[in-house]
Structures are given as structure tokens and as C-alpha cells.
Ligand binder design. Structure first.
Ligand SMILES: [Zn+2]
Length: 317
């Protein structure tokens, strides 16, 4: 049995299966494939499976407008409906989204009070497109941003690095922390592409100027381009920023077989990215503390393979 510093946690609840968008790439089958795949992999020996708890609405309101929360509650209460052209909610989407949001709070306790170094949250709905006032792009609440905000609010951390390797730009996370110098947001993404944001010139505003780093890549980019950006751009920025917590928006839709995008990473590519982030986190005041949330990734078996490669990095497999 490894000690906690070599064990990792997965925070998961079947409520994540209950958010139902109908026939849609962001479907519960993603997790119906992923969860058993992890459990039957050799990496499972080093995983403690725990349950998240839902966030309170007052916590959600730390990053989202009351109008946005009310709109989701009203739409789910009426039996479901479209929040925007890509984002549908079903009756149980609200408890699923509150639990995805609340998972970050549990993860903070695990890494700051119980000495775990890595927590993965395979949640649905994903979060990184949700802005302060709008659910969009398959996302209801911004899970990663809420985790970072709670970490700052409850003084677990003073400086947080958010690394977004989903193939889409994390526009919601960027917007929420655009004027903050406490959150360094870094995103690599396909561009031009949905949601149309994430230009190199967008670097933050006011106190937050210099704390947003975007690296858009054209269709066709793969492992090599991502790894180069992580090594040559993100790593030096992290060394300078000295975060005391790392959060990953871990999307796997940059996989070469993903049906929604045109980047060409493979499972070994995600493994390399995870290894770079782990090394940076270990060298920083974060002392290795990393919380990763699942974002995109719509090819079920490639998603599972890629996630398992990522997890192996954190158990030294
Ligand atoms: Zn995505």
C-alpha cells in the first residue's frame, strides 16, 4: 500500500450521469465508459474513490450571477430545455451541476488538509465555457473557476495556476479571472474555432494584465506543438508566478480521434502534458498539489485511454 503522497483521489458520483442532453456528444455514455475503464485498469490500485458534495447556491454565486442560477433552476424545474443553442438541461441537471461545482471544495480539503497531491474529478456537466453570467457550450457552472474562487475565499491558496488543455478556449474561466492577479490562466486551443475567443493578444486587464496566457493553434496541431508550448511558454510563466495550487481544465477533445475537433494529440501526448504539469507543481510552492476537472473528450474509448495515461503519471506508473 502506497502512502497518501503516492495515492490519488477520484471524486465521482452517479449524479453526473443524470444530466441528460439527449442525442449529443456530451452524454452520460462518456462516463459509463470511463469509470469502469479506470476501475479495471492497474492504476486503480492507487486510487481512493470518494464522493463529492454539492455546492451551495451561495457558493455558486461567488462566480455566477443570481439571474444565471435562477434561469437554470427555472428551466430544469419546468422539465428541461435549451439554455443556449449547444446547451440543454434536463430535470436532474441542476443537482449534477451543483455536485460538479461542489467537488472542487472537497478536493481542496483533500490536497490542503489530508496531504493528497492529486485529485481528479470526472464530472458532467463540464464547466470552462460558463462565464459569470451565462451557461454555454455544454457548460452550466464553471467548476474550475469555482474551485479557484473558493480556494482564494477560504484562504487555502493565494495564487492559483489554471492550465486548460481542452481543445476549446476556456473563455468562461478567462472572463471570470480577467482582472485578477491571483489566478494565472493559461490555455492552448484550436483557433479559429468555438467559442471564437482566446487570442494571443488577450492577456488580462487592469491588475490581471499579464495573468492570462493564450496560445491558439491552427487545425492539425498535435503532441509536439502542445508540448512545446507547455515547455517554452507555460513552464517559465509558472516558475515566475509561483502558484500554491494548480488546477487543470482537463479536456481530451484535442485527441486525434475526437469527433468534435481537429487537433491530433494521442494518449501519450496527454501523458507528457500531465508530466510537465506535475513537475512544475512539485517545483513550486504548490508542493505538487493539483486538482483536475474533466472538461471535453467525446470519443469514449480514446477518452478512457487518455485519462488513464494521465492518472498513471500521478501514481508514478
Ligand atoms: Zn472542449
Amino acid at each position: 500500500m502506497k502512502d497518501k503522497q503516492n495515492r490519488i483521489v477520484i471524486l465521482y458520483d452517479d449524479i453526473f450521469l443524470k444530466h441528460d442532453m439527449g442525442v449529443h456528444p456530451e452524454c452520460a455514455d462518456r462516463l459509463r465508459h470511463l469509470i469502469p475503464a479506470i476501475r479495471s485498469s492497474p492504476v486503480n490500485e492507487y486510487i481512493d474513490w470518494l464522493k463529492p458534495v454539492p455546492a451551495y447556491e451561495d457558493e455558486i454565486a461567488l462566480i455566477h450571477s443570481r439571474e444565471m442560477i435562477d434561469y437554470i433552476r427555472q428551466t430544469t424545474g419546468e422539465g428541461g430545455g435549451w439554455l443556449d443553442p449547444e446547451t440543454y438541461v434536463s430535470p436532474e441537471s441542476l443537482p449534477a451541476a451543483l455536485t460538479a461545482g461542489g467537488a472542487g471544495k472537497v478536493a481542496l480539503g483533500l490536497v490542503f488538509e489530508l496531504d493528497y497531491r492529486f485529485v481528479f474529478i470526472p464530472c458532467r456537466p463540464p464547466g470552462h465555457h460558463a462565464t459569470s453570467s451565462r451557461s454555454m457550450g455544454f457548460c452550466l457552472f464553471n467548476n474550475v473557476a469555482l474551485c479557484a474562487r473558493i480556494a482564494l475565499e477560504y484562504e487555502f491558496a493565494k495564487k492559483i495556476a489554471i492550465i486548460d488543455w481542452d481543445v476549446h478556449h476556456g473563455n468562461g474561466t478567462e472572463e471570470i479571472f480577467y482582472t485578477s492577479d491571483q489566478v494565472l490562466f493559461m490555455s492552448v486551443h484550436q483557433h479559429p474555432f468555438f467559442p471564437g475567443t482566446g487570442f494571443v493578444e488577450d492577456i488580462g486587464m487592469d491588475k490581471g494584465r499579464g495573468f492570462t496566457i493564450n496560445r491558439p493553434l491552427p487545425a492539425g496541431a498535435g503532441n509536439e506543438e502542445y508540448i512545446r508550448i507547455f515547455k517554452e511558454k507555460f513552464a517559465p510563466a509558472l516558475e515566475e508566478f509561483r502558484p500554491d495550487l494548480f488546477i487543470i481544465s482537463a479536456g481530451f477533445d484535442s485527441h486525434k480521434h475526437d469527433p468534435t475537433a481537429n487537433h491530433y494529440l494521442d494518449a501519450q501526448g496527454f501523458r507528457s502534458l500531465a508530466a510537465i504539469v506535475k513537475e512544475m507543481a512539485e517545483k513550486s510552492p504548490a508542493d505538487g498539489r493539483i486538482i483536475a476537472f474533466l472538461e471535453g473528450g467525446y470519443h469514449a474509448s480514446m477518452l478512457s485511454e487518455s485519462v488513464i495515461e494521465m492518472l498513471k503519471v500521478f501514481v508514478d506508473m
